[in-house]
Design a protein around this ligand. Structure first.
Ligand SMILES: Nc1ncnc2c1ncn2[C@@H]1O[C@H](COP(=O)(O)OP(=O)(O)OP(=O)(O)O)[C@@H](O)[C@H]1O
Ligand SMILES: [Mg+2]
Length: 473
């Protein structure tokens, strides 16, 4: 079953084809009829000229021998010949049957016309043969008075010719119509099939099937329309999947945050209860308990702060404008910030004092945050007497900044996970450092935001190297 749309289009074509065929056929038939009749009239007129000389002297045609000859010629020329005098009295008639009915044949317009205009024409039904006959008459002046010479030819023959033409025309028209209808069928299908498919796909998309695509794309405007619909579907699909992903991130994030908050809160509640139950007077422990409460509160504060940080960065994703930035002043500031704590912990801190090209395409704030976090981690996860080294290597394509330490290292299977939120290797060991597990997640986000990349190389108990790569300017 084809669609209503198809039938509407197809039937309009069929109506146009039929109408055109009938009009053209009708005009052709009329024209043929006129043509045949005028040809017949012309030939009758010519024949009148052929017969005229027999009657010119007004006497010799009356000879029986001559009459026989005239009748003979008429038969050969396939015409009926009649000769009449001025008063329309019959003098000669080649068709014996017609003589009997002669008196009934009035009026005879061809004769009346011939008397006035030299040549007369008429088409009428002969009462004997009952055949429509074409008559042509001519007035001939002879020394023995006026004669009217008349030739007649039955229309039957002409009508047979016309029928032949009509049959040929009918066959041609029928053939043409079938062919046109077939072509119309193909043309209409070429339009309605893609439209039908597009409608189906558009409906599917509107019902939530975002994976639906138009497969057949014709090389015309319909194809362009199909491509546009496909692109639209793709955009919608991408948006939906992005939204679902964001939804999941948000869900995970809030469950992680509440989970992370539970530990310090339980601890605070425990120590506060202990103090209330009398430990407040325990001179040996009361300050220690308060310190533990305090450090847990600090941990919660930093957790909340970093969560907010991450949320802001995610919200800004793709909005940051990249500009040429020099690593040098950023490194300077970060080094100043960490130098004292490195010294306090007894860590040797090496950093470049001047390098040739440290210009990259990026964002100052993001780059500072990245470096600050990496140095913070190096400091946190490197024991006393270790070494932290900051290096910059650049060529005309990329600039790589690396932070290496001789710290505790990260096992292979953890290396891919440390960039996830709240992920900490061996949580028990690092919790003392007050880490939230958000630092590298933020770093990763920022690096992506400024269109760079970050890698980690590490060996357990030997140290780690984090490398940030950005395009050189
Ligand atoms: N330089 C490093 N050496 C060894 N382990 C590291 C190093 N940097 C990161 N890690 C491991 O990766 C984990 C995730 O690091 P991340 O910076 O994301 O969190 P964090 O340092 O624990 O907390 P914070 O949010 O305070 O930075 C750390 O807990 C630690 O186990
Ligand atoms: Mg960290």
């Amino acid at each position: 079953m084809r669609s209503k749309f198809f039938w509407k289009n197809f039937l309009s074509f069929v109506v146009i084809i039929c109408f055109t065929t009938f009009v053209v056929s009708y005009l052709l038939i009329i024209q043929s009829q006129n043509f045949i009749e005028s040809t017949a009239t012309d030939s009758l007129r010519e024949k009148l000229v052929i017969f005229e000389p027999y009657f010119e002297d007004g006497v010799s045609w009356r000879d029986p021998e001559q009459i026989r000859k005239i009748v003979e010629v008429a038969r050969e020329a396939k015409v009926r010949i009649s000769v009449l005098d001025q008063d329309e009295s019959l003098l000669l008639e080649s068709d014996a049957n017609e003589i009997m009915s002669y008196e009934n044949q009035r009026p005879r317009p061809e004769l009346s016309e011939a008397k006035v205009k030299e040549v007369g024409l008429a088409k009428r039904v002969s009462p004997i043969s009952k055949l429509e006959t074409l008559y042509s008459a001519k007035k001939i002046e002879t020394p023995r008075g006026t004669l009217l010479l008349r030739l007649g030819v039955p229309m039957q023959k002409l009508e047979e010719r016309l029928k032949e033409i009509f049959t040929a025309l009918a066959i041609g028209a029928a053939f043409g119509m079938v062919l046109s209808v077939l072509i119309a069928l193909i043309l209409v299908r070429r339009i309605t099939d893609p439209v039908r498919e597009m409608t189906k796909v558009a409906e599917a998309i509107s019902h939530g099937n975002y994976a639906a695509r138009i497969r057949r794309l014709p090389a015309n405007e319909l194809g362009t329309l199909g491509e546009a619909i496909n692109r639209l579907a793709e955009a919608v699909q991408a948006n939906i999947s992005r939204r679902e992903k964001m939804e999941k991130i948000r869900r995970d994030f809030s469950s992680n945050v509440s989970h992370e908050l539970k530990t310090p809160l339980t601890s605070i509640k425990g120590y506060a209860d202990t103090l209330l139950e009398g430990a407040i007077d325990d001179k040996e422990n009361n300050v220690r308990f308060l310190r533990i409460i305090n450090s847990n509160v600090e941990r919660m504060v930093s957790l909340v702060n970093e969560s907010l940080n991450l949320a802001t960065i995610e919200a800004n994703e793709g909005i940051v404008e990249l500009t040429p930035v020099d690593w040098k002043p950023i490194i300077q500031e970060a080094v100043n910030r960490h130098q004292i704590r490195m010294n306090e912990k007894g860590i040797v801190f090496k950093h470049p004092d001047a390098a040739e090209n440290m210009l990259v395409r990026g964002d100052r704030k993001a780059m500072f945050h990245i470096l600050d976090n990496l140095l913070q981690n190096a400091l946190s996860y490197t024991p006393a007497n270790g070494e932290v080294e900051l290096k910059v290597i650049s060529d005309n394509k990329f600039c790589e900044l690396s932070v290496s330490d001789t710290g505790i290292g990260i096992a292979k299977h953890d290396q891919s996970r440390i960039f996830q939120r709240f992920y900490r290797v061996d949580a028990a060991r690092t919790r003392n450092e007050g880490g939230t597990g958000l630092g590298l997640a933020i770093v990763k986000h920022l690096v992506i935001q400024i269109q760079g990349s970050i890698t980690v190389a590490s060996e357990i108990n030997r140290g780690s190297t984090f490398t940030v790569r950005l395009p050189s300017v």
